[in-house]
Design a protein around this ligand. Sequence first.
Ligand code: UDP
Ligand code: MG
Length: 310
Amino acid sequence: MTTLSLVVPCYNEEETIKPFFEETNKVLKEMNLEQDTEFIFVDDGSKDKTLEILKELSAKEPTVHYISFSRNFGKEAALYAGLNKARGKYTAIMDADLQDPPALLPQMKESIEKDGFDCAATRRVDRKNEPPIRSFFARMFYKIMAKASNIEVVDGARDFRLMTRKYVDAILSLTEKNRFTKGIFPWVGFKTKWFEYENIERIAGATKWSFWTLFLYSIDGIIGFSTKPLAFSAISGILSMLISFIIIVALVIRKLMYVDCAIEGWASTICIMLFLAGLQLFAIGIIGIYLSKIYIEIKQRPIYIISEEN
Ligand code: UDP
Ligand code: MG
């Protein structure tokens, strides 16, 4: 059994794989784990030379393994595939772009071995080079997530973490298709030690996230771990019913008092109609999102499809 498995999702990372491998190997050497580690690179349907580089590297280095997907299935699927293959006593998830400093690995391993943690996780503590609007939405997301679900997604938590076998098996036991790993980690529980570091820029290439994809991802997270939005739509329905009831009573009283107002009130009627139509669509939309998630789950499609591996 290998001591350490490193799961590395790669999507168009032709420039970063080699530097990542070299940099990480330096640290592994210091840890005396250079031979006792398996790298599991998951090529997530890259369109550049990622797969060729992985093949080349694995031919030279016995510790390098790769899985290649038939198309781009997303980082979550890549992580699941990698964790499925990992056989190590400890398993770490690392990005290929060196934004996750391998230099932290020795401390992380020590916290598991000596201090009895099941997981050593990392979070970045600054958002310096980020547009303010993105930081604002990120903070909003963490707040809503904390309120809506009963799990705590730590602000700035990265996927970079070292886990025990027990922890990895727990993650693999969650077989849902809509995988929001940032929520799955806290959901499985166990004792987690946090390591903090300042944000590091990727060494080459570009991030795969845009504002819009992050926004959709955050909705996935909330929907995946909370049913409160459904309750919210029901409650707003009840509230608007209550308000309309009060208005009806007021109108009846006015009528009984013989105040004639046959023409007036057209604008306000339209406003109320538009508001209620909007509210209804909003509520149906929330239900629709849940329904679509159920639809995807129930189809029981595989999370990923492998085209080749070694
Ligand atoms: N990644 C992936 N599939 C995707 C998108 C990203 O496997 O569809 C990988 C990517 O190659 C990288 C990691 O996930 O190793 C993190 O991606 P990125 O650096 O773009 O995200 P960021 O660090 O900006 O959050
Ligand atoms: Mg990155």
